[in-house]
Ligand binder design. Structure first.
Ligand code: ARG
Length: 251
């Protein structure tokens, strides 16, 4: 009798459990991001929650497409691997669409225009353009287009040393501590670090490369990509995109 009851309870638990799983896998998208990239993705200082323009945008897109979103915090250089191995469903991380990355993942419609710029301490008077990086040290975030640019400049015999860090916080700390001469990173993110450290950091020269950000799915996930692209269209048409842009960039 007792044994029979245990079996019944186990069966009920199993059924509920399975139902739960089925529901989750069909409706929840796991979105990977590296959250030291304000205002696109960053941790709220009080709640520690990952927030930002990208996060709100992908949630709005997913909602239009009929999905829920779970945000996963990963290293920037691990995002593409996580997508390829199926540990995450989507990358949303201020990721620039590049031909090399396009060989590994499928990008959605570009959702933001950005570009790389050189940042230096405000009191620096010798670095006024990328050419002035001759013999200088540069800090960058691992796996980024900024890191790629810095390596290119080093190979060209200009930059002397490239120091690579896991987070943008560590990159800017290095600049503030004076242990490197410059940072190469996306302009809108440099602007946030400048505002957070008033009077300490400035940008010099022109935009090095015009870049566009895209969310990414595993290659061949055409149906998911189409749904998300349609979601982006709807988020733009509804005015939600402009609302988020105004909230995070004051435009
Ligand atoms: N846009 C640059 C790239 O794609 C930097 C992105 C860094 N993103 C981040 N969440 N840390 O390489």
């Amino acid at each position: 009798m007792k044994k029979g009851l245990t079996v019944v309870i186990l069966l009920i638990a199993l059924t509920l459990g399975l139902a739960g799983c089925g529901q989750e896998s069909s409706e929840k998208l796991i979105v990977g991001t590296e959250p030291t990239f304000p205002p696109f993705e960053y941790q709220d200082e009080e709640t520690k929650e990952i927030v930002g323009f990208d996060i709100e945008l992908i949630k709005a897109i997913a909602e239009e497409a009929g999905y829920e979103v779970e945000i996963q915090n990963l290293g920037f250089d691990g995002l593409i691997g996580a997508l390829k191995s199926g540990n995450i469903d989507v990358i949303m991380s201020g990721m620039t669409i590049t031909p090399e990355r396009e060989e590994e993942v499928d990008f959605g419609t570009p959702y933001f225009d950005a570009g790389l710029m050189v940042a230096v301490p405000t009191d620096n008077t010798t670095i006024n353009s990328v050419d002035d990086l001759d013999g200088k040290s540069v800090a960058v975030q691992i796996g980024t287009t900024g890191a790629e640019k810095a390596e290119e400049l080093k190979e060209a015999g200009l930059v002397k040393e490239v120091k690579t860090f896991d987070t943008m916080d560590a990159v800017f700390l290095e600049l503030l501590n004076g242990t490197v001469d410059a940072v190469i990173n996306d302009k809108p993110v440099n602007e946030v670090f400048m505002a957070k450290n008033p009077g300490k950091i400035k940008m010099v020269g022109d935009i090095l490369d015009g870049e566009q950000y895209g969310f990414a799915v595993a290659s061949g996930e055409t149906e998911l990509l189409e749904k998300l692209n349609e979601g982006l269209e709807k988020v733009k048409a509804s005015g939600k995109y402009d609302e988020l842009k105004a909230k995070y960039f004051g435009e």
